[in-house]
Write a protein that binds this ligand. Structure first.
Ligand SMILES: CC(C)(COP(=O)(O)OP(=O)(O)OC[C@H]1O[C@@H](n2cnc3c(N)ncnc32)[C@H](O)[C@@H]1OP(=O)(O)O)[C@@H](O)C(=O)NCCC(=O)NCCS
Length: 193
């Protein structure tokens, strides 16, 4: 299956929708504070090399289902941490904290399409369904936008309904175009700013 989902009537579909630019704009470095729809307040800051163990512990404490949705396997892939934290990695990693506890990660980096970096994130089990995910999306969009990308890609399991819903709602709210291509059990989503 292939095609545009949730298309939006925008005047300039191939140009940034300036009306929505300030809302989603992030910035270089620094940290960003968000309040979710349920009133949960958290801060996202850039990953630092000394956070490696924190990131590993975060994944190790999540359910198999969450890891399956994130990595397509119920365990943290052995080389994942080394891969994303290597000095050669071009991934941007945001870590989210609530009252000192790490509650989520958000990443984006080079993908198949040079103008649409891949993005992915994980909200800790006990903080899911509280609106954290959409705010992580804002963080990633803000960063990607400030670096002049055209949009973001997301490769997810086609059965990851929660993530698909999140992307659909986010794109509709921001009036971004969303394109979905299914490849077997995987859905490739492209969101154009
Ligand atoms: C997918 C994921 C990132 C979503 O983040 P989240 O913070 O849980 O997102 P939300 O809080 O928006 O929760 C989504 C749920 O809230 C519901 N929701 C969304 N907006 C809502 C609103 N305004 N009012 C009430 N409910 C709402 C959604 O319908 C969805 O409900 P469901 O669980 O019954 O399907 C998170 O669940 C996660 O990390 N999952 C595991 C890893 C993963 O799948 N990562 C994505 C692949 S890269």
């Amino acid at each position: 299956m292939s095609g545009i989902i949730r298309p939006h009537a925008v005047d300039t579909p191939h140009l940034p929708n300036l009306k929505h630019y300030p809302e989603v704009r992030g910035g270089e470095g620094g940290s960003f504070t968000y309040t979710t729809r349920t009133g949960l307040k958290f801060t996202v800051r850039e990953f630092k090399p000394e956070d490696e163990q924190l990131l590993r512990d975060f994944y190790d404490s999540q359910s198999e289902h969450t890891l399956l949705m994130r990595f397509n396997t119920p365990r943290l892939p052995p080389k994942f941490i080394n891969h994303v934290t290597s000095p050669q990695s071009e991934l941007k990693i945001g870590l989210a904290f609530h009252k000192g506890e790490m509650i989520a990660e958000s990443m984006y980096g080079p993908g198949d399409d040079i103008q649409f970096p891949d993005t992915c994130f994980t909200v800790a089990d006990k903080y899911q369904r509280q609106g954290v995910g959409p705010k992580l999306m804002e963080w990633a969009v803000g960063r990607a936008w400030s670096e002049n990308y055209s949009g973001l890609s997301c490769q997810i399991r086609a059965d990851n309904k929660r993530m698909l819903t999140l992307l659909g709602n986010f794109a509709r709210e921001k009036k971004f175009m969303l394109n979905r291509v299914d490849r077997g059990s995987e859905a490739l989503i492209k969101m154009r700013f």
